[in-house]
Design a protein around this ligand. Structure first.
Ligand SMILES: Cc1ncc(COP(=O)(O)O)c(C=O)c1O
Length: 411
């Protein structure tokens, strides 16, 4: 019998899940944990059980659940103004864009909502830049992406996904993308032609299993893009905003992309807030009516985004992630040979390959949830640990002890 088979669900948990299953589309397969409160790195379920959150909503809760500073901003802004659309100005948008542009060392910000929307917007900006600045003939632009990428779920984005589940039944797809192996700069260089407008990459591939590229990948990619007049677009939606111990994952290699795509933690775990950030010669290609979003840059999100940028400016979460990340990785690596095959990642972001004989990632996640630790599987037998960056060293120790117990029980 597998651990999944032994999991029993009853009471308020079962009722909540039944309601979800009846009325919410089945586009996810969540663990049977029903959250009702969360503070810091801890989630409490509807029956009062507490769990150490080691997922942080896929890195959207980097600064902890109910971060006091962010929640205080949200409360203040709720009482002021929350939405005017971009038909009018608000007194929150300019300060937010100025602060975020400054953090990124760029000129301008295009505010959106979800991560996928930022990616779509980045692709549109790259194509428009190709048409208006590079002189690529209409309809001829191509963009190079990496195999096993994950950039979201819209039609255009799944058009260049390698994941058959993400694509199955959703065609016809958007043309104009070329996929090459992640980490292979020569393959990128070979794929570039006169109509290539951009190379879009995750600096560290998240959903693929926290795949860190070779050290020369990003620096060489930067060189190739500059030499060939192609935009380097870094999707830092999951890897950025302190997750790996730097403000951006690109910082680890000293690389500055032409375009940053940001999301998730930018909204402080409170609102959806994403952005495309670039210099004026790139984002300046957009003119009134060519792109937009009713909620993009709304005053509530902009106020929260400004607070998030202020937090990132202080650097405390980048330092925490770097220091505690070393601890997390050392503790996880100590389980190699005891059910763990490999540990990858940086900062408080770890992909852990489990011996498939012990069960699927989903089964092990269920067993860990029963011991009070929430993680998420990705691709078969890989588990990802990405706790809120407020987690403590003792809490990391406790989570890894629970993990060791689960591995021992499954072995
Ligand atoms: C690298 C990356 N890009 C884009 C997205 C899409 O973000 P969202 O789910 O907010 O649309 C994700 C989500 O996991 C991501 O990891």
């Amino acid at each position: 019998m597998t651990v999944a088979d032994t999991h029993t669900i009853a009471g308020a948990t079962a009722d909540a899940i039944a309601l979800d299953n009846t009325y919410a589309a089945h586009n996810y397969s969540p663990l049977p944990v029903v959250a009702s409160h969360a503070r810091g790195a801890w989630i409490t379920d509807v029956e009062g059980r507490r769990y150490l959150d080691c997922l942080a909503a896929y890195s959207a809760v980097n600064f902890g659940h109910h971060n006091d500073e962010i929640v205080a901003t949200a409360h203040r802004q709720l009482d002021a103004v929350t939405l005017v659309s971009r038909a009018f100005h608000s007194d929150r948008l300019g300060p937010f864009c100025a602060a975020l542009a400054g953090l990124c060392g760029k000129d301008m910000v295009l505010p959106m909502n979800s991560g996928a929307e930022a990616v779509e917007s980045g692709l549109k900006v790259a194509r428009k830049w190709g048409a208006d600045v590079k002189g690529v003939p209409a309809g001829m632009a191509n963009i190079i992406v990496a195999d096993n990428n994950f950039h979201g779920r819209t039609i255009s984005i799944v058009s260049f996904s390698s994941d058959t589940t993400a694509r199955g039944g959703f065609g016809p797809f958007t043309p104009g993308f070329r996929s090459v192996p992640f980490g292979d700069v020569d393959a990128v260089a070979a794929a570039i032609d006169e109509n290539t407008v951009a190379v879009l990459i995750e600096p560290i591939q998240g959903e693929a299993g926290i795949i860190v590229p070779p050290d020369d990948y990003l620096p060489r990619l930067r060189q190739v893009c500059t030499q060939r007049n192609v935009l380097l677009i870094a999707d830092e939606i999951q890897s950025g905003l302190a997750r790996i111990g730097h403000t951006f994952a690109c910082d680890h290699w000293g690389v500055v992309p032409d375009v940053y795509l940001l999301g998730k933690a930018l909204g402080g775990g409170v609102v959806p807030l994403s952005a495309v950030v670039a210099d004026r010669d790139i984002l300046g290609v957009l003119h009134p009516g060519e792109h937009g979003s009713t909620f993009g840059g709304n005053p509530l999100a902009a106020a929260i985004g400004s607070t998030v940028v202020g937090i990132l400016r202080r650097g405390e979460f980048q330092s925490r992630s770097a220091e505690l990340g070393l601890h997390l990785h050392a503790r996880l690596r100590s389980l190699i040979g005891r059910g763990v095959l490999a540990v990858r990642g940086m900062g408080l972001w770890a992909g852990v390959d489990i011996d498939p004989r012990l069960g699927t990632g989903k089964q092990l996640s269920l067993a860990l949830a029963e011991r009070g630790v929430l993680v998420k599987d990705t691709h078969g037998s890989t588990l990802r640990f990405a706790p809120p960056l407020v987690i403590t060293s003792d809490e990391i120790d406790w989570a890894v002890e629970q993990f060791a117990c689960v591995l021992a029980a499954a072995g």
